[in-house]
Design a protein. Structure first.
Lengths: 431, 297
């Protein structure tokens, strides 16, 4: 071998070594990834998944940023549209995600992830379709918001009630029996806590859940991707009248009373309808509370929350890996037991958790004919709900509506007009 | 030549400041005007020009009209409470300047203005609480009916006016005290020699002489009244379902349209309406107070 060829070999070796070094250096360069959640209680779950993934990839740095939902939605709107979000895994309800998917702002799932979402019986069609847009998978289903009745068993016993209400008529009867009143007949402990005030779309969502029990929907599909309001119907009137009757006629609850999970945990209400996260909340804040849960008369909302990815390069691969690791059986059981949100994955055994916390049974072991609805995946869904909520808030406080079905119908007709006007503006209203 | 140089120097000195002013003040207003003429959804790729369509929609929007009405009631309510009350308090404090408690009076009045808005609003939320609040406890002590302060459509607006006035008062009093300190003593001495009482001196000297101050304070109070948001938000906020009646105000409606409904163009048209209203009101205040204030001096 000549000196020249030895030198050439040396140069080649150096180049190879340098390339290897560069590649190694490249792979050890820390990859930053964020997880954006709109549910602060979910932070420990994501941190747990992140810790495990970071253990497998020491060069990966994942930070979890879980903030209240409305702020979360604002940061997505600003961060994603301006491109300043960076590499991020975004937790979002599929109804809200639609407008981002319409504008191609989230990454489509790679083939193995799409296969995980649609195949192997991992998720029912309801969830896998909810994570897709125009037959392409964009999200990985994680958990859902599903309602059930929470009731205080001590208060039920005191009122001589030995089973949860089975029909919506029962709800009002039970509420009347359960309400604890002062000397003037005003409620001190509400028989049934209803969402009557506050801002945001929650009031409309809760109304929709009750309306669904009467067989109706706030917004209904009309074929060909078109929709129409369903509020000015018999079901809408029955649900609305039930609110008015409980607030103003029976005085089972008042607008200014403490409400929701907080009131239930403090024994300021006997029953209310809410999602499964309340089980975890009660375990933390009021572990001695005697309560049980029951399915609703007809069915429930199932608001699917998915994980979406907005990332590039290695961070994108890591993000998709994260979404699948979050769906491992061990992680999902931990989430159910410690956070209380219901996992969407079907082929996982949750019986150990349900055995420990029987309150989950009403959410997981519902009747065979139990029905579900979800928010429509249309871009103006938030606007529709916000406007309905604003109208309902005023109406619930109006005592003159008690027993006046004509006035109630007039309000529902106005709400109906508002919804259809929004749908028309967006080209979504059925003819 | 020297004059030309001086002019150039003045221009060179002014241009950076003017450029910054145009960048941070004029351009955003121009941008808002531009956005208001487009169907500008925050994340959509298509942002078509739609002329005055957003403004036409505003005319039929019940929520916007409710927000406009509530905001106007709050802004004028705060103005009507703050101006006379702060003028009266400033006069009392000024005439007690030699008192050893003068510092305490000034501080006590000014503190609400420097207290952070959110904790202050939370404290007021507790005061107004229908079940646990001290206000209802006092009413009941006198045999009166407790009120649902934060839930009644009228009372909830009054609560916001009270909270905003409580905060605005300190600043207004401080500005009025500065005004009082700059009034010429000779006029008051002359008035006293002419037999004017303290009230007459206040009524016929202080109030007219303080018109420029009143102009400034009223413009600032009215503009901040039209920008009310955090007070309405906090008084109606809660972690869960029993928060209080959400009093819809303009800024809240804009935020909802921008970030909940993703309709930036529509929210921009609301901002334009707010800008026009505030501009008109400010011009009216100037025309009512400045000229006469100038003459009175």
């Amino acid at each position: 071998m000549s000196k020249r060829s030895i030198s050439r070999l040396g140069t080649t070796r150096i180049l190879a070594a340098s390339s290897a070094l560069l590649l190694t250096a490249g792979s050890t360069h820390a990859e930053d990834l964020k997880v954006w959640s709109g549910f602060p209680e979910m932070a420990p779950f994501y941190e747990r998944v992140a810790a495990e993934l970071m253990q497998q990839h020491p060069d990966l740095n994942i930070t979890v940023e879980a903030i209240p939902l409305r702020e979360h939605e604002k940061r997505i709107a600003l961060g994603v549209s301006s491109g300043s979000a960076g590499n991020v895994i975004i937790e979002l309800a599929n109804s809200t995600a639609t407008r981002y998917l319409e504008n191609e702002l989230f990454n489509p799932a790679p083939a193995p992830v799409a296969e995980f979402v649609t195949g192997d019986g991992n998720f029912s069609d309801f969830f896998s379709q909810g994570a897709s847009y125009q037959d392409t998978v964009f999200g990985v289903p994680l958990f859902r918001g599903q309602g059930a009745l929470f009731y205080n068993t001590d208060m039920f016993e005191s009122a001589g009630l030995d089973a949860p209400p089975a029909t919506m008529a029962d709800y009002t009867d039970y509420a009347t029996k359960l309400t604890q009143r002062d000397a003037n007949g005003n409620p001190e402990v509400s028989g049934w806590s209803l969402r009557l005030s506050g801002g945001g779309q929650g009031i409309a969502e809760k109304f929709w859940i009750n309306m669904f029990q009467f067989g109706g929907n706030l917004v209904e599909p009309a074929g060909d991707g078109k929709w129409q309001s369903g509020v000015n119907t018999e079901a809408g009137l029955q649900a609305f009248n039930q609110y008015v009757e409980n607030v103003h006629a029976q005085k089972n609850v008042s607008v200014e009373m403490p409400a929701d999970a907080e009131a239930f945990e403090r024994q300021q209400t006997a029953m209310f309808i809410r999602e499964s996260w309340v089980i975890g909340d009660i375990a933390k804040k009021s572990p001695d509370l005697n309560y049980a849960t029951a399915p609703l008369p007809r069915g429930s909302i199932a608001l699917a929350v998915n994980l979406y990815v907005k990332a590039e390069g290695d961070a994108e691969s890591a993000a998709w890996e994260f979404t699948q690791m979050a769906n491992e059986p061990e992680q999902l059981n931990w989430m159910l037991e410690n956070i209380g949100w219901l996992p969407n994955r079907a082929n996982v055994d949750y019986s150990a958790v349900i055995e420990k916390a029987p309150a989950f049974a009403a959410f997981m072991n519902y009747p065979a004919d139990y029905e579900f609805f979800t928010l429509p995946a249309i871009s103006p869904v938030e606007e529709v709900l916000s406007r309905v909520a604003a109208a309902l808030t005023d109406a619930f406080a109006d005592e003159s509506l008690a027993g006046n079905s004509e006035a109630q119908k007039a309000i529902l007709a106005d709400v109906d007009d508002d919804i259809n006007k929004i749908l028309k503006r967006e080209g979504l209203l059925a003819d | 030549m020297l004059r030309h140089r001086k002019l150039l120097f003045a221009l060179a000195a002014l241009i950076p400041v003017l450029a910054i002013y145009v960048w941070v003040r004029i351009m955003p207003i121009g941008e808002i005007l531009r956005l208001s003429l487009h169907k500008w959804d925050i994340i959509s790729k298509n942002k078509p020009f739609i002329g005055l369509q957003n403004f036409r929609e505003l005319l039929e929007d019940d929520l916007f009209q409710a927000a406009l009405l509530n905001t106007a009631i709050i802004a004028f309510g705060v103005l009507l409470i703050t101006i006379p009350l702060s003028l009266g308090l400033a006069a009392l404090i000024y005439h007690r300047t030699r008192s050893r408690f003068a510092g305490f009076y000034e501080t006590a009045i000014f503190i609400p203005h420097v207290v952070s808005l959110v904790p202050a609003a939370m404290a007021w939320k507790w005061i107004f609480d229908a079940k646990l609040g001290p206000l209802n406890a006092v009413l009941m002590k006198f045999g009166l009916e407790p009120q649902a302060w934060l839930f009644d459509p009228v009372l909830s607006i009054i609560c916001i006016i009270v909270l905003c006035s409580w905060q605005a008062l300190g600043y207004a009093v401080l500005i009025y005290i500065v005004g009082f300190k700059n009034l010429p003593h000779s006029l008051y001495e002359a008035a006293r020699l002419d037999g004017a009482s303290a009230f007459q001196a206040f009524r016929f000297l202080s109030i007219p002489l303080l018109k420029p101050i009143t102009l400034y304070v009223s413009v600032v109070t009215l503009v901040s009244g039209f920008n009310v948001y955090a007070q309405a938000f906090v008084l109606a906020s809660d972690s869960q379902g029993a928060p209080g009646r959400q009093v819809r105000v303009l800024v809240m409606d804009m935020l909802e349209n921008s970030f909940r409904n993703y309709r930036i163009g529509y929210a921009a048209s609301e901002a334009v309406v707010l800008l026009v209203i505030v501009l008109i009101l400010t011009l009216i205040q100037f025309s009512l107070l400045r000229e006469k204030g100038g003459k009175s001096q």
